[in-house]
Design a protein around this ligand. Sequence first.
Ligand SMILES: NC(=O)c1ccc[n+]([C@@H]2O[C@H](COP(=O)([O-])OP(=O)(O)OC[C@H]3O[C@@H](n4cnc5c(N)ncnc54)[C@H](OP(=O)(O)O)[C@@H]3O)[C@@H](O)[C@H]2O)c1
Length: 335
Amino acid sequence: MKLYRLRDHGSLDNLAVEDAPEPAVAPDEVLVRIRAASLNARDLMMVFGPSPYGPKPGLVPLSDGAGEVVACGSAVTDVAPGARVVIPFRPGWIDGPFDPAAIATDLGGAVDGVLAEYVAVPARAVVPIPDALSFEQAATLPCAGVTAWAALDRGAPLRPGHGVLIMGSGGVSLFALQIAHTLGCRVIATTSSDAKADRLRALGASDVINYREYPEWDARVRDLTGGRGIERIVEVGGAGTLPRSMAALAPEGEIALVGLLGNPTQAISPLPLMRTTGTIRGISVGSRADLARLLDRAAHHFEPVIDRVFGFDDARDAFAHLAARRHFGKVVIRV
Ligand SMILES: NC(=O)c1ccc[n+]([C@@H]2O[C@H](COP(=O)([O-])OP(=O)(O)OC[C@H]3O[C@@H](n4cnc5c(N)ncnc54)[C@H](OP(=O)(O)O)[C@@H]3O)[C@@H](O)[C@H]2O)c1
């Protein structure tokens, strides 16, 4: 079979296709013929550094993959060859509260990922793909989709009419917009681009704020909510945007802290949180159970936004496309 390995950090030139034997299947595993994989901001960190998992020379990249089961280990009883499945970002976290030990199973980070023709994974981790979703659509969900799901479904319950703020138009933010919309929430979005603002409105954002035009976007959020502030913020900016997020929060509102796209070293004061009685909740993707619930929601209520699909031979171009930050929706590789 063919797979990609990242021989070292630092450059896309280190990403190269190789021939390898098909993986052996342990008794509790299934062999998945990968049909589609999708890229996330984390995958760029694995290429260009710094790697959140330390040095991993020779790593097979990408966490998000979908395909069909072609063989089952001798102890597998509940998955059969021919099943269409999606693989969780963190196969060691099946359900329940987060267990930090499961980070050691993160695909395309702690261990080899899915940019390969065949991958062996624990049978208990894979999730059936509903008929309504293609391999490409399912492959967009394990990291960005599940992260957005955890930001909205875990924590304080959201009710119809509550406000959700999404920041920018990246993978996590678009899924958060679509999921919040299915909950009957009002979505306010920020973006750096007027062209993207139109697309965010088309997906259901009631209001869009250009954060370059309005650097004090927290005041705009307060104006748009009649002074009350917003109930949930899906925070992808990190320390660079947290002060304004805290200022934009409604009483007992919640910031789901997802990313670090802004200035990560900025010093911040927690004082505004005391003024709003708000909460900051850290997010670390989600479990297999979160992925299963998200698949069901997507199958019935929304279509994942795919920006572009690349061929397996053009995997490097897919990484370069994401790195150029011109995408709107997920970047997918068909395997
Ligand atoms: N904690 C977790 O479990 C977890 C899981 C997944 C991802 N993440 C993190 O979440 C972040 C987003 O991931 P992603 O896959 O959605 O990334 P992505 O698809 O690359 O999204 C990047 C987008 O974010 C917006 N953006 C960039 N800098 C910004 C800033 N300073 N303030 C506001 N918006 C900004 C831009 O949108 P516009 O062009 O529209 O402005 C940009 O296109 C990354 O830091 C990633 O590492 C964390």
